[in-house]
Design a binder for this molecule. Structure first.
Ligand code: GLV
Length: 309
């Protein structure tokens, strides 16, 4: 019989096993470490991997990531013929869009400034800008950026986006490739990073990029901690080139005790909760995707293993 192995949170595994038995009984749902008859296991769903786990699955065909990203899976240990699929599910997209709207509005309405003023016992009203007077740019134009752009659109911000290959999105000024980065950055009052983490994007949020933003711009990183050069952020904030940062991710996670980001007045840090895979919804996306596969179709969210996303 065809089987899928779940490796991760036990409560999620137990719930998914029940739902699979009801909705996709032709695929046996197993929870690690149940490796009996490992030859039946064609599919694996996991957040991270170990070499032992991969070595114990000789007939593995498709690896499904529990998350929207795949960089946390050590794909170097996964045989090249194994296909890799990221998670696309309404729980992640909805929660990410909520987080981005929250962060953008907080930055737009000067929350970091007012919080600092409150702490100092001061009462300092500032002029208010309209949303149409503020430009919000997205680095990365994948599922999560598009959902966030859709959620922001009714508020009236000027919206921009940049990605390697570009894109066309109604109401969004899209830029592409290395040549498109400067004209994009020069306009972003608030820059939101939702890029995949690859060798090319690691450290992209660095001094050189911050200097190309308008002075006083703010950033939101809800992608991966590896995108950010922490020292460069600190310097750009301290020198006023940047005004504030919302960071949902860090490297490492969690940051060590006493790390300066915990107490920096212009940094809002959350513990990787922006876009959350919800077990109640993700299981249905996984089942729908397995149905595609069993019918000989392409799974939604399959990555290009050479590109890394
Ligand atoms: C979370 O970061 C994810 O990749 O879903």
């Amino acid at each position: 019989m065809t089987a899928i192995l779940h490796c991760g949170d036990e409560a999620r595994g137990a719930l998914w096993r029940e739902i699979f038995a009801r909705e996709l009984p032709e695929v046996e749902f197993r929870c690690w470490p149940d490796l009996e008859e490992a030859g039946d296991i064609r599919f694996l769903v996991a957040w991270t991997l170990t070499p032992e786990l991969i070595a114990s699955l000789p007939r593995l065909e498709i690896l499904f990531s529990i998350g929207a990203g795949v960089d946390q899976l050590d794909l170097g240990i996964v045989p090249p013929h194994v296909r890799v699929v990221r998670m696309i599910e309404p729980g992640i997209t909805t929660t990410m869009a909520q987080y981005v709207v929250m962060a953008v509005l907080a930055l737009h309405r000067d929350l970091p400034f007012y919080l600092a003023e409150q702490r100092a016992g001061r009462w300092t009203p500032r002029d208010v800008l309209l949303c149409s007077e503020r430009s919000v740019g997205f680095l990365g134009l994948g599922e999560l950026a598009r959902a966030s752009l859709t959620a922001l659109a009714p508020l009236g911000f000027r919206l921009l986006g940049w990605s390697r290959g570009g894109g066309e999105i109604d109401g969004v000024e899209c830029h592409a490739g290395a040549g498109g980065l400067d004209p994009f950055l020069a306009q972003c009052d608030i820059l939101v990073c939702l890029l995949p983490l690859t060798d090319e994007t690691r450290g992209i949020l660095c001094r050189d990029l911050f200097d190309r933003l308008p002075r006083g711009a703010a950033i939101v990183n809800a992608a991966r901690g590896g995108h950010l050069v922490q020292e460069d952020l600190r310097a750009a904030l301290d020198e006023g080139q940047l005004s504030a940062a919302f960071l949902d991710v860090a490297d490492p996670e969690p940051l060590p005790e006493g790390h300066p980001f915990h107490s920096h007045p212009a940094i809002f840090l959350t513990p990787h909760i922006a876009g959350v895979t919800r077990r109640e919804t993700a299981v249905h996306s996984l089942i729908a995707n397995l149905r595609h596969v069993l019918a000989g179709r392409q799974p939604e969210g399959e990555i290009d293993r050479r590109r890394g996303y």
